[in-house]
Design a protein around this ligand. Structure first.
Ligand code: NAD
Length: 429
């Protein structure tokens, strides 16, 4: 499998790979058809509040200067500050940030978090930067965005190409300029400076919880369930480990190089994650190896695509043999594939619900920062479990009452909350 960027533009009409913006607008329209919502509200939600574009000059280690373009898209803040990641990737652009910020609006709303959606980043290849350059670039970016972000305005987080250290530099630069330590300006920081325990594992944990609930809903038992996980990275490895711990039989996992498969079950705890030891999956003992296409087509109960976007497409949707797909990655299923899976009776638990543990624990981190009170890991995991179950029940009600797919139901829950907030606040002036 070739590594595709997570969001491909489908406006060429040559493929069914979906761009984030196209997907976000399409989902809004689909959800609006099932919700009693004013057309004006839908119209407002099609547009971001603002997309900030900034130039970020960087003095390279050799003394030369390069200028990069940075963005922060702020989609909607009717329910609270904008929230979403900052990515460093060559493909970052205004449209992608806008689409992903809309996605964050739905994700925060479906989880009932008091946040709206934001997303940003710098169009840069992070691998081309030394550590010092990355620090200087991040500090300057924080300064350029200083007037549009803040703990009650817009709260960034790590994303592709950025990590806890990046957030630490960002928080430090912002705090130095503001004249006081303001940990709540970003989440995903190291715990020693206000980060939350359990933040890194949270998207994998929520994906596992979503899988567990779906397995139960469809009258299966975890102990008799087989699972395949594409992408043994942060999300995939944490989801796989938890599901194994809870009794499921994880028979196949993959990384960018390929998959290992044992129909009797793998020893998941023994496989280092992408973070611990990059690309170690194929080095493990297993009876069979598979390609990254083949793992998607395994006859398992639950398939968890947790690597990159657009991997289940119109080309392979007919070959997906799993009964349940739980989206650990963002946007792994294209719109065309989604329709095919729905017609075939494959239940897809959408990304905005399944991997929302990340932003949910970011919310817990923000609360801890504002209250200056640290939570234990047990507290974080207990609260995450409770938030996930609440969201699951809300979405399940829509699935049952309106006979919707899980994806449409999740968007209906999100849109209903946002629309009600907009209607209650009204349009000013
Ligand atoms: P990661 O870098 O930790 O792991 C990615 C894994 O996918 C690695 O095992 C890598 O080898 C594998 N991979 C990369 N390209 C691949 C390809 N072409 N085919 C198959 N495998 C490939 O990333 P992550 O943080 O686990 O994120 C994975 C997905 O989950 C992304 O879509 C991301 O946007 C989404 N997500 C991440 C978080 C988070 O906080 N980490 C939160 C929500 C959603």
């Amino acid at each position: 499998m070739t590594t595709t960027p997570p969001q491909q533009d489908d406006e060429s009409g040559e493929s069914d790979l979906d761009s984030a913006l196209v997907t976000a607008r399409r989902q809004l329209e689909r959800a609006a058809a099932h919700v009693d919502v004013d057309d004006g509200v839908v119209e407002r939600l099609k547009h971001p509040t603002r997309v900030e574009q900034v130039s970020v000059p960087l003095e390279r280690d050799d003394g030369s200067v390069d200028v990069f373009t940075g963005y922060r898209a702020q989609h909607d803040d009717v329910r609270g500050p904008y929230k979403g990641g900052l990515r460093y990737h060559p493909e970052v652009n205004a449209d992608e940030c806008t689409g992903l910020s809309m996605w964050m609006t739905w994700k925060c709303a479906v989880m009932d978090l008091p946040f709206g959606g934001g997303k940003g980043g710098i169009s840069v290849n992070p691998k081309s930067l030394s550590n010092d350059e990355k620090e200087r670039l991040t500090r300057r970016f924080a300064e350029e965005l200083r007037y549009v972000i803040g703990p009650t305005r817009d709260v960034p987080a790590p994303d592709m190409g950025t990590d806890a250290q990046t957030m630490a530099w960002f928080m430090d630069a912002y705090s130095m300029q503001q004249g006081e330590t303001i940990p709540g300006v970003v989440t995903g920081k190291p715990p020693v400076i206000g980060g939350s325990y359990g933040r890194q594992e949270a998207p994998g944990r929520s994906t596992a919880i979503a899988a567990r609930e779906a397995i139960d809903y469809y009258d299966k038992h975890l102990e008799e369930t087989t699972v395949a996980v594409q992408g043994f990275g942060s999300v995939g490895a944490n989801a796989a480990r938890l599901l194994e711990e809870w009794g499921a039989n994880v028979v196949s996992v993959s990384d960018v190089n390929g998959a290992i498969y044992d129909p009797d079950g793998l020893d998941i705890g023994a496989i280092p994650t992408h973070e611990e030891e990059p690309e170690a999956v194929l080095e493990q003992d297993a009876p069979e190896t598979l390609s990254n296409e083949e793992i998607l087509e395994l006859d398992v109960d639950v398939l968890i695509p947790a690597a990159i976007g657009n991997v289940i497409t119109a080309d392979n949707a007919d070959d997906i043999a799993a009964d349940i797909v739980v989206e650990g990655a963002n946007g792994p299923t294209t719109f065309a594939a989604d329709t095919i899976l729905e017609e075939r009776g494959v239940h897809v638990i959408p990304d905005i619900l399944a991997n929302a543990g990340g932003v949910t624990v970011s919310y817990f981190e923000w609360l801890q920062d504002i209250n200056r009170r640290k939570w234990s890991l047990e507290e974080v995991n207990k609260e995450l479990e409770s938030k996930m179950l609440d969201a699951w029940k809300e979405v399940r009600t829509e699935v049952e009452e309106k006979e919707l797919s899980w994806r449409d139901a999740a968007y209906v829950v999100a849109l209903s909350r946002i629309a009600e907030a907009k209607a209650t606040r009204g349009l000013w002036p």
